[in-house]
Design a protein around this ligand. Structure first.
Ligand code: FAD
Ligand code: FES
Length: 259
């Protein structure tokens, strides 16, 4: 069931770099699937600029609260930073139909920048299920590690390998630096990936070379978020057709789509 409601903001604060954390009391969303997303109206109902809702991954669920980590990107996200604890926010959720499959024996999660927020709830689920995994979290520089505190607070320090491009924290280099070797050590691996397109393409190169299943959580410009505007499509190579990221996704088999 999809809810179109106003929920109370519990917290909305700056974290680091350009990232903010939004915590919302939303009891109806406490069982939202890992990988699902919300569409948030950045302004009050009586304001129409910006008009369209904006899409965000549900990064975590803590009892009756959902957590969203968001980067200030443009007008909509800047407007969301103005919202205060105690105010209400209009949300359409949970959205998406296809998420990371859970039948694989070993997972490597690869998150780039704010894309890590698209994997964090899945990582939590894998841990709860006792499934083996390793996560890679890559950013350009230390200040962009906006989910570091969340990783520590939730006890994932030993599960996540951090890469910074400038070497200011963790391993120096790109998320793909050791990926082939990690896959070789665990031949039964499936990749779960979320991040900038360039990063996802680089990960797909490794996935193709090593013949590894790879599931990509895609971002696309979204106007409606539930399948009617056809604004978010990507090419389905297998069927030579187009599919909607918001409705048939947001997670797709990376070997079968063009993005
Ligand atoms: C399924 C999904 C999950 C997402 N999860 C997160 C998240 O957890 N944290 C986060 O920081 N960002 C996330 N994004 C990206 C986020 O939706 C955009 O950064 C945001 O919509 C930008 O809005 P804006 O008004 O600030 O920018 P503007 O440039 O003013 O937005 C203009 C329009 O373009 C669209 N748009 C612009 N950039 C993007 C983009 N990168 N992806 C999709 N639409 C875009 C907006 O939706 C809007 O309709 C997600 C996107 C999708 C599709
Ligand atoms: S955002 Fe409208 S169809 Fe996907």
């Amino acid at each position: 069931m999809i809810f179109d409601k106003k929920y109370e903001i519990v917290e909305n604060r700056f974290i680091s770099g350009i990232t903010w954390l939004l915590k919302i009391k939303a009891p109806e969303l406490k069982d939202a699937p890992a990988g699902s997303f919300v569409m948030i109206r950045p302004t009050q109902d009586y304001l129409y600029d910006p008009m369209m809702r904006r899409a965000f991954a549900i990064a975590d669920i803590q009892e009756d609260k959902i957590l969203i980590f968001y980067d200030i990107y443009g007008k909509g996200t800047a407007a969301i930073t103005e919202k205060k604890a105690g105010e209400e926010i209009s949300i359409l959720a949970p959205l998406g139909k296809n998420f990371f499959p859970e039948h694989h024996n070993y997972y490597i999660l690869v998150g780039g920048g704010i894309g890590f927020a698209g994997l964090s709830l899945f990582m939590k689920k894998l841990k709860q299920q006792g499934k083996p995994f390793k996560a890679i979290y890559g950013v350009r520089r230390k200040e962009q590690l906006s989910m570091l505190d969340w990783i520590r607070e939730n006890g994932f320090e030993d599960d996540v390998i951090i890469y910074t491009e400038d070497g200011s924290y963790g391993e120096k280099g790109l998320v793909t630096r050791d990926l082939k070797e990690m896959i070789r050590e665990n031949p039964d691996t499936a990749l779960a990936v979320c991040g900038p397109k360039g990063m996802m393409r680089a990960v797909m190169e490794v996935a193709k070379e090593t013949d590894t299943p790879a599931y990509l959580s895609l971002e696309s410009k979204m106007a409606c978020g539930f399948g009617i505007c056809i604004g978010c499509v990507v090419k389905d190579k297998e069927h030579d057709s187009y599919i909607r990221v918001c409705y048939e996704g947001p997670v797709f088999d990376g070997h079968k789509i063009e993005f």
